[in-house]
Design a protein around this ligand. Structure first.
Ligand code: TXA
Ligand code: MG
Length: 346
């Protein structure tokens, strides 16, 4: 068992703390830090011990590659080939920020972090604490989302503590992650960039910079996934989650019927909804993601809602769908995965 040290943003100004963060990373140990999307569990990218620690502690399959985080766009040149002319425009428009670009990797990137692929994902986070950590470390840091594999990503310090207290050396408290969903992953190796994972940098936003952007859809059987992470069940709460889509009153009626059936069998039921509907459901365990017309609020609260269902220890969870707004694709992508594609369309 590890005695985890916790710091917050202002501690990072202290020399003692800077030293601790740097030596922890350089000796192949783990530091969890906040980013604007979700918390990341970080290791020095060129330390095989650090990388092995990430896979172990997360329980992550070793063929699911890690993304490298760097301080700024200049820092990426020793590691990746900038194959396409449009990349520079994307960098200018979206970095630092919630966009991961997948490049052809150079020799310097260990295959251990790429799951054997010839490409590597890179992100320049904008969160001031993430920037501080990258500046202090002064090396690239691999950081997958800070959750035990298969659990919802952590967007709060408390949720990181749930998963990683006593399992990593350092956890840095940066409060709530603003965006709340992981970065958009964009393959920039070809003539036309391809979205491998939707996020709050949307296809429409990318197409204001490059003329055409493609969207890679889910993985078909017997096909190698473009983004290996897509083949795993993800973001899942412990209760069985079903998404219910359709006309509002029909959705409320359907969920209440299900609640009654489950209650008859002495099961606990949770509901995830927006604030317009919170009073409509006949169960104690209702989680309100906020005003559905602010998709940024729904996005930033989604994982908190999923984890809340675990705290309620409900057996069944029903969530309304959140269509509308520019983040809807990213939100529904995570919800569908959390539900393992269990969707009822009314
Ligand atoms: O917002 C984020 O991206 C967060 C924060 C901490 O930066 N990180 C994150 O990392 O979500 P992770 O490892 O949980 O998700 C990275 C995704 C995975 O689905 C992985 O399969 C995919 O990116 N990926 C990584 N390298 C790739 C590559 N070379 N080619 C295709 N997909 C890749
Ligand atoms: Mg993840």
């Amino acid at each position: 068992m590890i005695e985890t040290r916790t710091y917050d943003a202002k501690d990072l100004k202290e020399e003692r703390v800077k030293k601790d963060i740097r030596s922890t990373l350089l000796t192949g140990r783990l530091v969890v830090f906040p980013t604007e999307t979700v918390y990341g569990i970080g290791a020095y990218a060129l330390s095989s011990e650090g990388i092995a620690n990430i896979y172990n502690v997360k329980g992550r399959p070793s063929d699911n590659p890690l993304i490298m985080h760097m301080k700024d766009a200049q820092a990426i040149t020793p590691y990746v080939y900038i194959d396409q002319p449009y990349i520079k425009d994307l960098i200018d428009a979206f970095w630092p920020g919630p966009l991961t670009m997948v490049f052809r990797k150079k020799e310097s990137v260990p295959t251990l972090i790429t799951g054997g692929l010839s490409t590597v994902g890179v992100r320049i986070p904008s969160h001031p604490v993430a920037q501080d950590v990258l500046t202090i470390a002064d090396v690239p840091i691999c950081a997958p989302s800070a959750n035990i594999s298969g659990r919802p990503s952590a967007t709060l310090f408390e949720h990181v503590m749930e998963d990683f207290n006593h399992r990593v050396d350092i956890i840095i408290d940066g409060g709530k992650s603003d965006v709340g969903l992981e970065s958009t992953v964009l393959d920039v190796t070809g003539d036309v960039p391809v979205i491998l994972r939707p996020g709050v940098i949307t296809q429409a936003m990318l197409e204001t910079i490059v003329p055409k952007v493609l969207r890679k859809d889910g993985v078909k059987a017997n096909e190698t996934p473009a983004s290996p992470g897509m083949k795993y069940k993800h973001y899942a709460p412990r209760g069985e989650l079903t998404i219910v889509e359709g006309d509002q009153s029909a959705v409320v009626r359907y969920i209440n019927d299900k609640i009654k059936d489950h209650h008859d069998k002495h099961k606990k039921v949770g509901v995830i909804t927006s604030d317009a509907l919170i009073k409509q459901f006949n169960t104690t365990y209702v989680y309100n993601l906020g005003d559905a017309s602010f998709d940024s609020s729904i996005a930033s609260n989604l994982y908190i809602g999923l984890r809340m269902m675990d705290q309620f220890q409900v057996d069944y969870i029903y969530s309304v769908a959140f269509h509308g707004g520019s983040y809807q694709e990213a939100i529904m992508n995570r919800l569908y995965k959390a539900a393992n594609h269990k969707i009822v369309k009314l």
